[in-house]
Design a protein around this ligand. Structure first.
Ligand code: GDG
Length: 451
């Protein structure tokens, strides 16, 4: 009999047939083998109930728990998104350390651990997602829970020197060590987890210096997340000409798609695009950068700043370079439909995926899947995206070096068809093979102890 799977994530889908790669993969997996998906209820309440509440029953069960308005401030906006998110994305300077944030974070995790301890059976598999719930395994062990507990970190693991900026740096070691499987996106992340334990007498290393286990048994492993590439390719093909894009004949389209987040390097990207504009010979193609950037976490100050900075940069660059028939940067600050996105990906000649730090970056993979293999666009990819370990046939750039990014835009726009096809074929092979189903299978194999 297959063990019952219990997935925990901050947000859970509420619709009957959810969309989005990861959500669909987990939905499919739970539908196939049954189980439970647990997350926060979405709307903060005055007084949270100390119980899980079932919201839907089908092939699997969905359950939610409440958080209070203060906890929303302290646990979610505070500790998760103003402490851990910047720290893990190499922006310790943006951390907003407040003792009450940590208190709320622990309060939410402790209440959830109490509820899970009542609910979990010894044969269950518990799969915890992301930085909102790092302490859960340690708290569950204290409560005598013995089932296998795995964690997957969607964002980068921080460097040792940055971790010291976290008042709970030592707790983080214990939180990680309590998991049976601590999953991260890349080999680089595995190395950073290991570096965190390098001087720990309980950590065990094999003859090649790799950490295999701590006393408690954690084995950090990388599981690069993928997308449902077949499905996305089919959507992009179906939507190929669905969206009219006001562009004059011969103009090229360079695309950026990112949540409006400082980790995505949007201002640096605009500077890199400006470097291309400045160096452009008058007889070479005119390219427009279309940046789609839906807002996120607008209640956190650092997110307001990035928006202002980006809008100023776009205004200045357009002021300097726009012509009567050409606006070099077009910027859409709202969510667009997934169908529209697929269509624009397919139409784009170049995608700029240039984060300063990113766990994986699914946009890079979606762009590859959406291309016409007979006339594909070119991917420009930052060394600092997790995807850089797999998508080595992209044009790799250092996003901090505007001149290099500008040159990459020029190279991409003028790349011969044969080279575009060859690079794209190798990228597509990876995106199709190491897809979301492969990722789920690999992770669950490891968690069951069979992979
Ligand atoms: C975290 C990690 C890791 C974006 N704009 C629109 C839109 N999107 C979709 C994209 C893509 C998703 O949002 C963004 O995924 P990313 O992977 O790029 O980034 P995060 O949201 O930061 O995700 C990341 C991921 O978790 C998975 O582990 O890769 O590193 O930070 O699917 O297409 N979708 C629609 N309209 C938009 O305007 N419909």
């Amino acid at each position: 009999m297959t063990a019952r799977l219990i997935v925990v994530s901050n947000r859970i889908p509420t619709e009957a047939e959810p969309s989005g790669g990861l959500v669909v993969a987990l939905h499919d997996c739970l539908t196939a083998q049954g189980g439970v998906w647990i997350g926060t209820s979405g709307t903060p309440v005055k007084t949270p109930e100390p119980e899980l509440r079932q919201i839907a029953e089908g092939a699997y069960t969905r359950m939610v728990f409440d958080i209070s308005e203060d906890e929303h401030e302290g646990y979610y906006l505070g500790y998760a998104n103003s402490v851990l998110w910047p720290l893990f994305h190499r922006r310790a300077d943006l951390m907003h350390v407040q003792p009450e944030y940590a208190d709320h974070y622990m309060a939410v995790n402790t209440r959830l651990a109490d509820m899970l301890a009542d609910f979990a059976q010894p044969d269950d598999l518990l799969w915890i997602h992301d930085y909102h719930f790092l302490p859960l395994a340690a708290l569950l062990q204290e409560r005598g829970v013995t089932c296998r507990i795995g964690f997957f970190l969607h964002i980068p693991f921080p460097v040792v020197s940055d971790i010291l900026a976290l008042p709970q740096a030592n707790d983080l070691k214990d939180w990680v060590a309590a998991y049976d499987v601590f999953g991260v996106q890349t080999e680089g992340d595995v190395a950073r987890v290991m570096a965190h334990y390098r001087d720990d007498p309980d950590a065990t290393f094999d003859t090649q210096g790799r950490m295999v286990a701590l006393e408690d048994g954690v084995a950090p492993r990388h599981f690069p997340i993928g997308i449902d590439a077949q499905d996305f390719a089919a959507l992009a093909l179906a939507q190929a000409d669905a969206v009219p894009l006001a562009m004059t004949l011969g103009q090229k389209l360079v695309l950026g798609v990112d949540r409006l987040d400082y980790s995505k390097g949007l201002v640096h990207r605009f500077d890199g695009f400006a470097a291309y504009l400045e160096a452009r010979a008058p007889d070479t193609p005119k390219a427009t950068l279309l940046q789609i950037a839906p807002p996120s976490r607008e209640d956190v100050d650092a997110y307001k700043d990035i928006r202002t900075e980006l809008e100023q940069a776009a205004g200045m660059i357009n002021g300097a370079h726009a012509e009567l028939d050409w606006t070099p940067i077009r910027y859409i600050r709202r969510n667009v439909e997934r169908d529209t996105l697929a269509s624009v990906y397919r139409r784009a000649d170049v995608a700029m995926v240039t984060p300063l730090a990113d766990g994986m970056n699914l946009v890079a993979k979606e762009f590859v899947a959406a291309q016409d293999p007979d006339d594909p666009g070119v991917l420009i990819l930052s060394h600092f995206a997790g995807a850089a370990e797999q998508l080595t046939d992209a044009l790799m750039v250092n996003p901090y070096d505007a001149a290099e990014v500008g040159e990459a835009v020029q190279t991409a726009l003028t790349m011969p068809l044969a080279e575009r096809k060859a690079r794209h074929a190798r990228l597509l092979e990876n995106v199709m093979t190491e897809n979301i189903a492969w990722w789920t299978r690999s992770y669950l194999g490891a968690l069951r102890g069979t992979g």
